[in-house]
Design a binder for this molecule. Structure first.
Ligand code: ADP
Length: 362
């Protein structure tokens, strides 16, 4: 069992930099939580406070009902996997994995059982007699995880564990971490600046900006119903397009296009009649055929899809740039005009930057 609760946690560093503001989260037993956000938003600070490597300035940290806010790191029963998986070069993989247990003077039979069990889970059984230098980067990362697994900690904490790996290995290791989570059923907290890792790994994502939690939810919730402009622009690749548009009856009027609203969309925007809002459209929610003219400046074929970059209408302004992910293989040339439509629209209040949704009108 490992349920973790963060209650109103703040972190102010000695130089008066406040890195984390009023962080609240309930982590359920066995959950995979990913903290995501740009560099400097306070993800690692939060993870390090959970691990006990940084003091908590204000608030409470509760593990399985017990207040551990001031408990030293070594007594927290958590294992942290870093991006620098520094293994001991002179030791075998077996010895590396056994290290913490040997240090604790565990019974050698128990150590042997635990190391073998971890090696099976990680697919490292044939590597145990080798030295780290004989292993690939991905295998070394697995050994680092093995060192944590043998300790059977209550919580696994990962701080950007894949950032030293190349793109292909990152994908493969990501899938291994998912498998590992399934097999162990352990509670895991994982920090990354990479939205793809967040979407693919998390049961729930905590999206942060400048020390503040912006949204907590499942990957689908953050992708499909981003709470505000920040989450909408951070989650999704290529990023969402944004345009200023005026709401007029059952239409949105932009500087270069008009587009009709469905009954449901008009209902959501009923309090915004005559006002300017921010319209958000994901590149994958743009289809050929429609009322919105796009003048193409580049056409990138990805195989299954084509990324078409252009400007709306006759505009050359950066505010009117648009990226569409169109189905199949397109062959547009610079200067071509494609008429498109928006198959899914997101609306944001210009002042608060919060999403305008059905419930926000209630
Ligand atoms: P992230 O993990 O999201 O990249 P961090 O948690 O490392 O962000 O940092 C959050 C903020 O706290 C940043 O402004 C960073 O400069 C600051 N910070 C991090 N560590 C320290 C420290 N030891 N002393 C002072 N400020 C720090």
């Amino acid at each position: 069992m490992a349920e973790l609760r963060l209650e109103h946690i703040d972190k102010v560093y000695d130089n008066n930099v406040q890195a984390v503001f009023d962080f609240n989260l309930d982590v359920k037993d066995g959950e995979f939580i990913v903290f995501v956000g740009p560099s400097g938003c306070g993800k690692s600070t939060t993870l390090r406070m959970i691990a006990g490597l940084e003091d908590i300035t204000a608030g409470k940290l509760i593990l399985d009902g017990k207040d551990i806010t001031s408990t030293p790191a070594k007594d927290r029963d958590m294992a942290m996997v870093f991006q620098n998986y520094a293994l001991y070069g002179h030791m075998t993989i077996y010895e590396n994995m056994a290290f913490s247990l040997t240090l604790r003077k565990e019974n050698p039979n128990v150590i042997h059982k635990k190391v073998l069990a971890a090696a099976v889970i990680l697919g490292l059984t044939s590597q145990l007699n080798k030295k780290p230098s004989q292993l690939s980067g991905g295998q070394r990362q697995r050994v680092a995880m093995g060192r944590s697994i043998v300790r059977n900690p209550k919580l696994f904490l990962f701080d950007e564990p894949l950032s030293n790996l190349d793109a292909k290995l990152r994908g493969a290791t990501r899938r291994e971490i998912l498998l590992l989570h399934k097999r162990l059923g352990a509670t895991m907290l994982y920090v990354t600046h990479d939205q793809t890792e967040a979407l693919t790994l998390a049961d729930r994502i905590v999206c942060m900006s400048m020390g503040h939690v912006q949204q907590i939810g499942t990957p689908l919730e953050l992708y499909d119903s981003p709470a505000n402009l920040f989450v909408a622009s951070f989650i999704g690749l290529p990023p969402m397009n944004f345009f200023d548009v005026k709401v007029e009856k059952k239409e949105l009027i932009g500087s270069q296009f008009r587009t009709a609203l469905s009954d449901e969309e008009a209902e959501i925007l009923k309090d915004y009649q005559g006002k300017t809002i921010t319209l958000g459209v994901r590149p994958e929610n743009i289809a050929e055929g429609g009322d919105v003219p796009v003048r193409v400046f580049s056409n990138e074929n990805l195989g299954m899809n084509t990324l078409v970059h252009g400007h709306l209408g006759t505009s050359k302004s950066a505010d009117d740039k648009i990226t569409a992910k169109l189905r199949g293989w397109c062959n547009y040339k610079e200067g071509d005009v494609v008429k498109v439509s928006f198959t899914r629209k997101h609306f944001f209040d210009k002042e608060t930057t919060n999403a305008i949704r059905k419930e926000s009108n209630k």
